[in-house]
Design a protein around this ligand. Structure first.
Ligand SMILES: C[S@@+](CC[C@H](N)C(=O)[O-])C[C@H]1O[C@@H](n2cnc3c(N)ncnc32)[C@H](O)[C@@H]1O
Length: 197
């Protein structure tokens, strides 16, 4: 693909989904563009560019597929151990204490780029561990992502052992049920907390 067209793709992606493609990923991007071109049986990259650019239903559907290829959805429970330790031991206890003091039992947490759900569900687990009477609170944990396939998996809440590599067994048993060789998040984790993905 010529450099000018590649730059047009990069700008379109940045404008449409906010993803910044780094120079070292240009070859990878070209591979993904050509994968979609092949799948759609188009003959030229320019045709694919025009398809993405046209703001209609076909283009919207194609963006969903393209985004699935472009995004990296690696996730597991309590993935960034340092961040979660800070949230569990410092940030959330501080917020909870001040909310309790002002009798304003409202807590809202946003997992932006939540992928397959391990991050918002880790947050839900921490919140339930930190607030024994969490049912008396108005708690919203919001998970959002541009990758619709990942969001579908997040809503399902079913995970293989790989997602649990950092989770204590006792917490896994408490919040998940065995399900067809995998683990399914207990409904209680979603219910009451208003866990929206
Ligand atoms: C590597 S995963 C990280 C998932 C989770 N936050 C974690 O740390 O385990 C990055 C996620 O961010 C999403 N993402 C990237 N850019 C995004 C954007 N502009 N808006 C929403 N989600 C985005 C991707 O689709 C992907 O699922």
């Amino acid at each position: 693909m010529n450099g000018t067209l590649l730059q047009k793709f990069i700008k379109l992606i940045a404008d449409y989904v906010g993803l910044q493609i780094r120079e070292q990923d240009y070859d990878n991007l070209c591979d993904k563009i050509f994968m979609r071109i092949k799948s759609l049986k188009l003959s030229l990259p320019e045709q694919y560019y025009q398809l993405l650019k046209s703001q209609n239903k076909t283009s919207k559907n194609e963006w969903e597929k393209f985004i699935t290829l472009l995004t990296v959805t690696e996730s597991y429970f309590f993935r960034d151990r340092g961040q979660f330790e800070l949230l569990k031991n410092v940030i959330l206890p501080g917020i909870i204490k001040s909310k309790e003091a002002s009798n304003e039992k409202v807590l809202k947490i946003w997992s932006a780029g939540c992928s397959t759900g391990e991050e918002p569900y880790s947050l839900a687990i921490i919140v339930q561990e930190l607030i024994p009477n969490w049912k008396d609170w108005n708690i919203l944990i919001l998970g959002t992502d541009i990758n619709e396939v990942a969001l579908g998996k997040a809503r399902e809440g079913i995970y293989s052992h790989w997602s649990f590599r950092l989770l204590e067994k006792q917490i896994q048993d408490k919040y998940f049920d065995k399900f067809q060789g995998k683990w399914k998040l207990k409904e209680q984790v979603k219910k009451g907390l208003s866990l929206t993905i």
